[in-house]
Write a protein that binds this ligand. Structure first.
Ligand code: SF4
Length: 339
């Protein structure tokens, strides 16, 4: 049987597949994809066992195959993805996601080089730190053409990380190593050319999440925020997404910290770690709407390119990460959700 594996084949997000014309369909409210998310694929899958992930080895597979950050990931020949992406002007950036597999590092470098040779797209690599032992690997990625590194730390505290991604699930990932690799990436790619992914709603308090965002900021890494969504068949399929008010508050706190308008230090929390005071007036921030848009790697215009339409929720809403600027009615909703 023919093996359709990386690097000859690559998975795209459903949104990328629609944008490249592999499948037909429109996005709800005409959201436009500016960043193509690609994922390496191997028959043996990912060696990680993360409790919340649809790609994890611990997942009970359903008849429809696997999902990752909520969406389906169809598989296409790499060269055809490259050819099609050359013709779509709205695309600014691609992101190559490694998975934890022994070939993933060399294949990520290969895919990066091919895109660099054939297109003028900006290139992010969402790396698997467990496969990265030293700066040399990161330097090779930069030399191949990547300008931005993503590190999916996902869980906001060492306890949660260990329980959901590390020893608690007999998984290979380690908290300290993830942060160390994020630090190495800042050294190689430069301050604020690194983004850490954090998922709200894995069981952390609001204070813990704000502290993790601040830790990233202090080292020169922005936070790219996700709202937990229960993947069917994953060990956390019965866990609920975080309440909307919690997610909105964390979006605001992230904006304040990453835009350098304030810091975790000035924010106040109650005895349960709930954020009760941002230490500044938030009305004007709610009004501009941007804090509630998807946070991710930038495009050629300096605005977020990786807008991941409906990656965190069903299109029927409510929208958690807005892939476009929220309209006045959306702002009204957001204000109510924050109350
Ligand atoms: S924000 Fe998007 S483009 Fe950047 S690393 Fe994460 S998934 Fe990739």
């Amino acid at each position: 049987m023919e093996h359709r594996e990386s690097p000859e084949y690559i998975q795209t997000s459903l949104a990328a597949s629609l944008t490249l014309g592999f499948q037909q369909g429109l996005f709800h409210r005409n959201a436009k994809l500016k960043g193509l998310n690609l994922l390496l694929h191997y028959d043996r899958g990912c060696l990680g066992r993360c409790a919340f992930c649809g790609l994890s080895r611990s997942r009970q597979e359903g008849p429809k195959g696997k999902t990752f950050i909520r969406v389906d990931w169809p598989l296409y020949p790499l060269e055809e993805v490259i050819e099609r992406s050359k013709k779509i002007n709205q695309i600014h950036r691609i992101c190559i996601s490694m998975i934890t597999h022994s070939k993933a590092l060399e294949d990520t470098i290969h895919v990066t080089k091919r895109f660099k040779e054939e297109t003028d797209l900006l290139i992010s690599e969402l790396i698997s730190p467990t496969l990265i032992r030293d700066m040399k690997s990161l330097e090779m990625m930069k030399k191949a053409g990547a300008d931005w590194i993503g590190v999916a730390i996902d869980a906001a505290t060492p306890e949660l990380f260990n329980r959901l991604r590390g020893r608690g699930v007999e998984g290979p990932h380690r908290w300290d190593h993830y942060w160390n690799v994020a630090g190495m990436a800042v050294e190689v790619f430069g301050k604020f050319h690194v983004g850490i992914h954090l998922i709200v709603g894995l069981g952390e308090t609001e204070r813990e999440m704000v502290d993790a965002i601040q830790r990233g900021q202090n080292m020169g890494a922005y936070t790219h925020l996700f709202s937990f969504f229960p993947e069917k068949g994953s060990p956390m399929e019965k866990h609920s997404p975080p309440p909307l008010d919690q997610y909105r508050k964390i979006q605001l706190a992230r904006w304040i910290i990453n835009e350098n308008l304030g810091s975790a230090k000035q924010m106040k929390f109650d005895g349960n770690g709930r954020l009760i005071d941002f230490g500044m007036d938030i009305e004007s921030l709610i009004q501009i709407g941007e804090p509630f848009m998807t946070s991710g790697c930038p495009g050629r215009d300096g605005k977020v390119a990786c807008n991941r339409p409906y990656g965190n929720e069903r299109p029927s809403g409510p929208i958690r990460n807005f892939p476009f600027m929220p309209e006045p009615e959306d702002i009204e909703q957001i204000r109510k959700q924050l109350e």
